[in-house]
Design a protein around this ligand. Structure first.
Ligand code: KG4
Ligand code: ZN
Length: 332
């Protein structure tokens, strides 16, 4: 693997990204965020996303011109994600692979999020100790996995309705905060002077599944019933919502950890950037002798470096991942 170079593309949602590895190093990771196209709608508009990917991806590939001739494999996220956006990534990746006459690998985007935990600085390192529990919390997914080894997964739970990131974004929208809502809710919540619990923690009984749409509805009704919403009210709503959401993620992760006794818990995906979440998990797990892993902040949200790391691990195990069909609902 020392001289292997992988080019990876990521286009599942609203980030267009390309990364290149050389041996264990990420030598480039360019991420183009489409926020400016979606912010006025306070959410990702699928058609706008595909158009923006198709306009940007060739520009990003061109920027990597000098590395491309040395690449040995092309990898791309084949799902889950937005169909039109996935298709742009697939067409670009397949064109490169055919033109360069090198293998094309279809990678699961969520497996990519998990792989991001093994990026230290720009280096791919062996960090995972199995069994581990993965909590994937992004704009589109909230899932708990038991990971027995690289590529060996059992899904323990997932969301019955909205994803955690989606709930953050919707609450931000209800409060008139800018898109993407997650980081804004966190910033507002930090300003809270007191610990308040306006909202109850959502709980799907006897299951490791999550549910966040009820919590979002509680927020919507609370806002509706308030005559006038002050800045202080908004702060209290953000802090209270964030606490309920994180407590729900934490509760199920604790149950899973008590049952499966993992050596590590890896928390990844956009919401894993949240500082309140990281502190709550640190408090809960410090006594249990289970290591907590997170991606570095720049690798929490969508990027192609994580896809490249995942492809690197597959190649290491001689898995070519030659299923290149896009699948917007791809499962592990
Ligand atoms: O992983 P990601 O980039 O995209 C998906 O695969 O969905 O995650 C994006 C999500 C958005 O919902 C965004 O609001 C949320 O991650 N997010 C956060 C934070 N940073 C990003 N949520 C809470 N706190 C944050 N600091
Ligand atoms: Zn993602």
């Amino acid at each position: 693997m020392k001289n292997v170079s992988i080019l990876a593309l990521e286009t599942t949602c609203d980030e267009t990204s390309i990364a290149i590895t050389k041996g264990k190093k990420i030598i480039s990771n360019l991420v183009y965020s489409q926020i400016k196209f979606h912010e006025k709608y306070k959410g990702v508009v699928p058609e706008i996303a595909s158009r923006a990917h198709s306009e940007k991806i060739y520009e990003l590939i061109k920027k990597e011109k000098k590395h491309i001739k040395n690449v040995n494999a092309i990898a791309f996220s084949r799902g889950p994600g937005l169909k039109g956006s996935l298709l742009i990534g697939r067409v670009a990746a397949e064109t490169l692979s055919k033109f360069l006459e090198i293998p094309l690998m279809g990678i699961n985007h969520l497996e990519g999020h998990l792989s991001a935990c093994e990026l230290i600085g720009k280096n791919i390192e062996k960090i995972f100790k199995f069994p581990l529990i993965a909590l994937i919390v992004s704009g589109g997914h909230s899932e708990l996995w038991l990971v027995k080894n690289y590529g060996i997964y059992k899904k323990l739970g997932s969301t019955r309705d909205d994803a955690a990131g989606e709930a953050f974004d919707k609450v931000a929208k209800l409060l008139g905060l800018p898109y993407p809502g997650g980081p804004m809710v966190e910033i507002m919540a930090k300003k809270a002077k007191k610990d308040s619990s306006i909202f109850t923690v959502p709980d799907v009984k006897n299951s490791l599944d999550f549910s966040f749409s009820g919590l979002k509805t509680q927020v919507a009704y609370y806002i509706r019933d308030k005559k006038k919403l002050t800045y202080k009210d908004k702060i209290e709503i953000c802090a209270s919502f964030q606490k309920a959401c994180v407590n729900s993620l934490l509760k199920k992760t604790i149950i899973a950890a008590d049952k499966y006794k993992p050596r590590q818990i890896a928390i990844c995906g956009g919401v894993s950037a949240n500082g309140f979440l990281r502190r709550a998990f640190a408090d809960a797990f410090s006594k249990k002798r289970i290591d907590l892993l997170y991606p570095q902040k720049e690798y929490c949200t969508d990027n192609a470096a994580m896809v490249a790391v995942c492809a690197y691990r597959k190649l290491e195990q001689n898995k070519l991942e030659n299923n290149i069909e896009i699948d917007s609902n791809l499962e592990i």
